[in-house]
Structures are given as C-alpha cells and as structure tokens.
Design a protein around this ligand. Structure first.
Ligand SMILES: Cc1cc2nc3c(=O)[nH]c(=O)nc-3n(C[C@H](O)[C@H](O)[C@H](O)COP(=O)(O)OP(=O)(O)OC[C@H]3O[C@@H](n4cnc5c(N)ncnc54)[C@H](O)[C@@H]3O)c2cc1C
Length: 415
C-alpha cells in the first residue's frame, strides 16, 4: 500500500486547481497524490463546448498545468485510476490501479465532480448520440461535426446553447429542442429568452421549445429524433445537454453524509468525516452570502472551493465566503453572471435587451440584490454586481432603471 500526506480523489478542474494551490502554499515532494479516473491530466472543461470544440484549441492548450508541473513538484499522479471503494476509518482508498491498488492518506480532498444525465429511451443506444463532459466526448463531437450536415441539440440551458453555437458556426444546420416554453427558462427572464431566441434564429438555428424526446430512430447510427409531440427531426448527430448528477455512488454506505447525492460540507468545506474535505460540482455547501445550502456547477466555484480546500488541508481554516460566478460564450457574445436568483421577487433590466446590450438585476422582496447578469455593458456594472451582492445591498427598481445610476454609484465608492 502506498501512503500520502494529502490525497486528491478526482482529476478534474477542482483537482487541478487544488494541486496548484498546494504547490503555491509550499509542499514537499512526495506528499501529494492525485488519483484520477481520466487519462488526461486535469484540464479546463469550459473550452470543451467553445474553442476546443470549434477546433481552435488543442489538448495541451486546455491543460490546467503542463505535465512538467506535476513532475517538478513531486506530485504523484495516478491517471486512469478509478477509486472503487473508500474506508474512512482506515483512511484508505481502493482503486482499479494495477500492482498497488490501495492508497492510504492523512487528509483527503473529494473532487469527483459530476457526470451527464443520459436518456434511457427507445433508440438511445444508437451511435452519434453524444453527451459532453470529457475531452474524449468533445473530440468525438468535433470529429462528427466535420462530416455532419444537420444536428439536433437537446436541452435549453448553457451547454446546449454553447454546443449549438459551435455546430451552427461550423456550418452544421442545428435544431435546439427542449421541453420548457422558452430558452433557459429556469434562469433567463422572458425578455432575455426572447432576445437569445431571436439571436439564435438570426444565425440560422431552429429553436423548438415545449416538447420532450420520445425516441431516437436509425440503423446503427441515429437518423431522427422523435419528439413527444410527434415531430421527426432529421439528424446526422445528436448532442444532449440535459443536466448532470454528482459522482458520489462510491460513497454510499461509507458514512459520508450525502444529500440528494451531493457531498454535504460545512462553511469551511469540511465533510462529516474527520480529515475529509470536498470541493466542486459534487458539493452541497453552506453559502455564507445567501445563508443557505447551495450547489453550483460552475468553473469559478470548482476553482475557488478547490483552492480553499487545499489551504484548509494545510491547516489554514477559514470559512468559505464567495459570490457565485458564471460565464458563457456563445457565437460572438460573452456574458457573466453573479449571485443566485432563487427567492427573487423581481428582475430589472438596464440597457437595451433587444440589442444585446443589457444587464439584469434580480431583487428580493425587501430590495436586496441577489443576482446580476451582464452582457456588453460598461465596466462599472461588472464591478458593482459582485460587491453589492456580497454586501447584501438594497436597491429600488426605480434607481436601478436610471441610466446613470451605476456610474454615479461607482464614483461615490471611489471617492
Ligand atoms: C462542456 C462544459 C462546458 C462548461 N463551460 C462552463 C462555463 O462556460 N462556465 C462555467 O462557469 N462553468 C462551465 N462548466 C462547468 C465546469 O467545468 C464544472 O463546474 C467543473 O468542471 C467542475 O469541476 P469538478 O472538479 O468539480 O468536476 P469535474 O471537472 O467533472 O472533475 C471530476 C473528476 O473526478 C473524476 N472522478 C470521478 N469519480 C472518480 C473516481 N471514483 N475515481 C477517480 N476519479 C474520479 C472524474 O473522472 C473527473 O475527472 C462547463 C462544463 C462542461 C462539461
């Protein structure tokens, strides 16, 4: 059995940034081991539905750190090694690794992330139906897109929107189909959905809201997507972006506290097991900005929690306080989002929604700013949004609508 002072379980985004933070804080060679089911060293996932998918970035360009980083810093990386069982009492992980499958730890970081939800419908085993999480998925989609004439993308939120944008830009006639009444209904206001719908339609995308999927048809490979309202959509390829579920089956019955499959951590990111912390998509954590349990599936959350968790393992114990942040790129648009819209009583738009130059500000019933979305707006909006959300600032809809309000607010802050 090999034994390490610090072990990271999971080789994704959180694992990569945790390793980076361990090095930044200063560890000795041989102290840290990373056990990762994937064969590729920790890489950025956002490019998988953007520049990597478009063929503009290579595998080397999306790695969080170059291979030499791990070697130079004495980090043991067990790639292509899945952990199949944990024994928290013995502080041991059992893996698929050959030769020496047991790894002992003093302190453990769980960063097993999430995996895509998949269809279990007639025809869902046909080839050319893809789900996007790993670099191999993106490579296959990229390859098929080079030959495909038409694609169906299933889903109405960010992965579906991003994949649609790349496929359509690459000349694949793309249809987006989803059961909700409008694009990203759970997040966008009706005006935002209307703007993005017409933006996509102007790019030649067909948007089909309001219907689920009944089955897939084809021989060997998919040829048609059959919707629940009876439409048959021709497709050379299908990409489904229908959500994710946490990679936590491994921990069932282990004593680790799970809620709806998520690893429950406290405000420090500690689990209920001594010397075991968790970070990233797999966690349900106590958010201190909103004072409630929160689960996020964002790059920034994975990175910030991972860095925090690494410091915690090294003995720097502070509460994790961070304003949630998310970004996305679609066609030639980039937007950013801070906070969380849950509990919002109203949403106020600034700027010109219909022209794609706007921000949206979600307010609670008492006026507290909960969340903000910013697309093509002046810098002060990007700066004020996270600061005000963190401070729990109360705003009125009238003041937010005033065109110069934020400019003035920033000037006041600076003085
Ligand atoms: C295509 C795509 C585009 C995205 N774009 C954006 C974006 O634009 N903006 C944004 O904010 N967020 C984006 N995200 C979300 C962001 O990438 C995730 O929030 C982030 O990857 C979560 O990091 P993680 O380390 O928690 O999980 P992951 O990155 O999923 O890593 C988990 C790792 O653990 C490994 N693992 C699981 N179980 C085991 C086991 N038993 N043994 C060993 N290893 C195991 C997995 O193989 C995986 O490598 C995107 C995600 C995807 C998939």
């Amino acid at each position: 059995m090999s034994h390490y002072k610090y072990v990271i379980l999971g080789g994704g985004l959180a694992a990569g940034y945790a390793a980076q933070e361990f090095v930044a804080q200063g560890i000795s060679a041989g102290e840290l081991c990373l056990v990762a089911a994937e064969k590729t060293l920790p890489y950025e996932r956002p490019p998988l539905s953007k520049a990597f998918l478009a063929g503009e970035k290579s595998t080397e360009e999306v790695l969080i750190n170059e291979p030499s980083f791990y070697a130079d810093n004495g980090i043991v990386v067990m790639s292509g090694t899945a952990v199949t069982r944990v024994d928290f009492k013995q502080k041991e992980l059992y893996t698929t690794g050959e030769g020496d499958p047991t790894i002992g730890y003093d302190k453990l970081l769980i960063a097993t992330g999430a995996k895509p939800r998949t269809f279990n419908l007639p025809g869902s085993a046909l080839s050319n139906i893809f789900y996007l999480r790993r670099i191999e998925d993106a490579q296959q989609i990229r390859q098929q897109a080079a030959e495909a004439r038409q694609a169906v993308v299933i889903g109405g939120s960010f992965i579906a929107m991003e994949v649609t944008a790349v496929l359509q830009s690459r000349g694949v006639q793309t249809t987006m189909v989803f059961p909700e009444e409008r694009v990203w209904q759970a997040f966008f206001t009706p005006r935002m959905s209307a703007y993005f719908t017409s933006y996509y339609q102007d790019k030649g995308v067909t948007i089909l809201p309001g219907t689920g999927i009944a089955s897939f048809a084809g021989h060997g490979r998919v040829r048609q997507v059959i919707t629940q309202d009876g439409q048959a959509l021709d497709a050379d390829m299908v990409v489904a972006g229908i959500g994710v579920k946490p990679n936590s089956a491994l921990f069932e019955g282990s004593g680790l506290q799970l809620k709806d499959g998520y690893v429950q951590v406290n405000r420090f990111l500690e689990t209920n097991i001594p010397d075991v912390v968790a970070a990233g998509d797999v966690t349900l954590y106590r958010d201190l900005v909103f004072e409630r349990p929160l689960h996020l599936e964002h790059w920034d959350n994975a990175r910030s929690q991972a860095e925090h968790a690494a410091r915690l393992m090294l003995g720097i114990r502070r509460a994790y306080e961070h304003v949630p942040y998310f970004f996305s790129d679609i066609f030639d648009l980039s937007y950013e989002f801070w906070g969380d819209t849950e509990g919002a009583a109203q949403a106020v738009h600034r700027g010109r929604v219909e022209d794609g130059e706007f921000s949206t500000w979600w307010l609670a019933a008492d006026g507290r700013l909960l969340a903000a979305f910013v697309l093509n707006r002046p810098d002060e909006e990007r700066e004020l949004a996270p600061a005000w959300i963190k401070a729990g600032k109360k705003l009125s809809a009238e003041s937010l609508r005033r065109p110069t309000a934020l400019q003035e607010a920033r000037a006041t802050m600076g003085s």
